[in-house]
Design a protein around this ligand. Structure first.
Ligand code: NAG
Ligand code: NAG
Ligand code: NAG
Ligand code: NAG
Ligand code: NAG
Ligand code: NAG
Ligand code: NAG
Ligand code: NAG
Length: 486
């Protein structure tokens, strides 16, 4: 055999092994090289659709990610909340444990596994660590979802999805799935979770069997988000728009918890090389958790945002006035820690999920709130006599147009005007700075994407056109074509 042929044979063999084995073995190590790339692929799955890569975030930070290559859409992040720096000192290694280390930020992320010998990326986008002696993987990324659930990924009661800004989460209960808003408590060290959307299993095809184990959820490639228990038949089906429409193998589906608190589903249209919106848990803008910010008023039917306090003008991007957090219990007693706004024709957007008591008059309803420092507001229905107590910071109310619904809201004095120097203000400022930081990062990334002309960046304006419903302090996902919207 001539040296030339041998060389040809060898390179062919290498090419074949490379494309046939989307995996790495013990001893692997890598660091980011490029100064500018949006992502650097480490290896891909057998189809080449997905890649394990270093993904650039906020200009010079790094997340270890599984992305969809054609759209550079992240489907899983190893370290969503603690980004490493994009630097040659950041290192990913595999010695049985997959380990990301960054001496600059002291970040150490690892799968904390023992005895792995292969790292494998499946054609489902699932990253697995295998041990030859064991039948099942010893670790898989599908067990640690971030904000995305791809088709065929099991979502259990032990897991949660968290929006990129950390404000919202998706979790399962005994017989339902729910979306929760995270509120910092007074001392800001702990979070309270408030349910704002709930889907209870309808049990049409299969019923929940008590004592037979917890439920789980999965995006089914036939075009629905299903909940399951013991049977292969779902206990609940939330249909996507594409439900049972020419189910082609190419239409890959996922759902993601968006920064505005909505859960949205998408499918991949390979003809157009773009993601198409296919499902939305919340279809009414006013039912999102914060469409008009704190103390905002959202009027259904497209008339947009205004403020609960009719003396304040709603400013897109600014809102009405700052949010509140925690409660008023540690404020100085004497009634001057807050002022009151009253507004008729408003109601909490998810009042059916809040409890209520019955009182003879709105004065008594307000009294319950006034005397209770955990209470931020109350809504009295003058027809039914129901009194809804809001023991959470006031977000956006919905305009009902029904004058017999009377809202009562406390505004912390430091929020409505005179800024008192204090810990709480500091916390609020901290949160705002955080949001601005995230926003700036996302903006910079988007500019970068735009410059690079990445596929799938069709349509959608940039952040400078404030629509009436721009969600405050969050970024809506712009790289998706919004066709298929209901
Ligand atoms: C892998 O490397 C990490 C960090 O150097 C070390 O702590 C761990 O013990 C190693 N594991 C094995 C199986 O060698
Ligand atoms: C993915 O892999 C499985 C088995 O490994 C195979 O049955 C299936 O056809 C593959 N799907 C695609 C889209 O390549
Ligand atoms: C999801 O759960 C089903 C039923 O328990 C199981 O058959 C399937 O293998 C699981 N899929 C993954 C990716 O773990
Ligand atoms: C995966 O790759 C195949 C073959 O190139 C393509 O037809 C399909 O659309 C891809 N799927 C996704 C989700 O990108
Ligand atoms: C892509 O185009 C082909 C041919 O025009 C069509 O048959 C197929 O349904 C299209 N696929 C999608 C996902 O729209
Ligand atoms: C604002 O609301 C108050 C109390 O509901 C009302 O008396 C007042 O007329 C309103 N002002 C404007 C400008 O609408
Ligand atoms: C104050 O409100 C909270 C939340 O609604 C409730 O749990 C608590 O019992 C109330 N306290 C009093 C004294 O009514
Ligand atoms: C509530 O109903 C009572 C009696 O029906 C009425 O007198 C009162 O004006 C109503 N208040 C509001 C705010 O609609």
């Amino acid at each position: 055999m001539s040296p030339f042929l041998l060389l040809l044979f060898l390179s062919l063999a290498t090419a074949l092994t490379c494309s046939a084995s989307p995996q790495i073995h013990i001893g692997f190590s890598a660091s980011p090289q490029s100064q500018t790339a949006l992502f650097e692929s480490l290896f891909t799955d057998p189809t080449g659709n997905f890649s394990l890569c270093f993904l650039r975030r906020n200009q010079n930070h790094l997340a270890l990610a599984v992305i969809h290559v054609a759209s550079s859409q992240p489907l899983w992040l190893a370290n969503p909340t603690h980004l490493a720096s994009w630097s040659h000192t950041t290192r990913l290694s595999f010695n049985g444990t997959l380990l990301l280390s960054d001496p600059k930020t002291n970040l150490l992320w690892s799968t904390e596994t023992n005895g792995g010998d292969t790292l494998l990326l499946l054609n489902t986008s699932n990253l697995q660590i295998l041990n030859k002696a064991k039948a099942t993987p010893i670790w898989q990324s599908f067990d640690f979802p971030t904000n995305t659930l791809v088709q065929d990924q099991n979502f259990t009661t032990a897991m949660s999805l968290s929006s990129q800004n950390g404000l919202y989460s998706l979790r399962l209960g005994n017989d339902f799935m729910g979306l929760y808003a995270n509120y910092p408590e007074n001392d800001a060290s702990s979070l309270r979770q408030l349910l704002y959307w709930k889907r209870t299993a309808l049990e049409a095809k299969a019923v929940i069997k008590q004592g037979q184990g917890p439920i789980y959820a999965r995006v089914n490639k036939e075009g629905y988000l299903g909940m399951y228990q013991t049977s292969a038949k779902p206990i609940d089906v939330q249909k996507f728009d594409s439900f049972q429409q020419n189910p082609t193998a190419s239409s890959f589906l996922f759902v993601r918890l968006e920064p505005d608190g909505n859960l949205k589903g998408y499918y991949w249209n390979s003809n157009k090389s773009s993601w198409v919106l296919n499902y939305q848990a919340i279809t009414e803008t006013c039912e999102l958790p914060l469409p008009c910010g704190s103390y905002g008023l959202c009027t259904p039917g497209g008339s947009g945002c205004s403020c609960l306090d009719n003396r304040t003008r709603f400013e897109p991007g600014v809102g009405c006035f700052g949010g509140s957090n925690g409660n008023l219990c540690s404020e100085k007693i004497g009634g001057d820690s807050y002022s009151v706004i009253r507004r008729t024709g408003v109601e909490p957007p998810h009042k059916e999920l809040d409890g209520h008591v019955t009182t003879p008059s709105s004065a008594e309803c307000e009294g319950l709130c006034e005397r209770n420092c955990s209470c931020w507001g109350a809504m009295y229905n003058n027809v039914s006599g129901f009194c809804y107590i809001m023991d959470y910071p006031i977000g956006t109310m919905t305009g009902s147009g029904e004058d017999y619904k009377v809202g009562y809201f406390k505004v912390r004095k430091s929020e409505s005007g005179k800024n008192r120097v204090g810990v709480r203000v500091g916390v609020v400022v901290g949160v705002m700075v955080g949001i601005v930081f995230i926003g700036a990062g996302v903006w910079m990334m988007r500019m970068r994407w735009r410059r690079k002309g990445v596929n799938g960046m069709l349509g959608e304006e940039n952040g400078s056109s404030p629509g009436p419903y721009r969600n405050l302090g969050s970024d809506s996902f712009k790289s998706i074509e919004m066709s298929g919207q209901r």
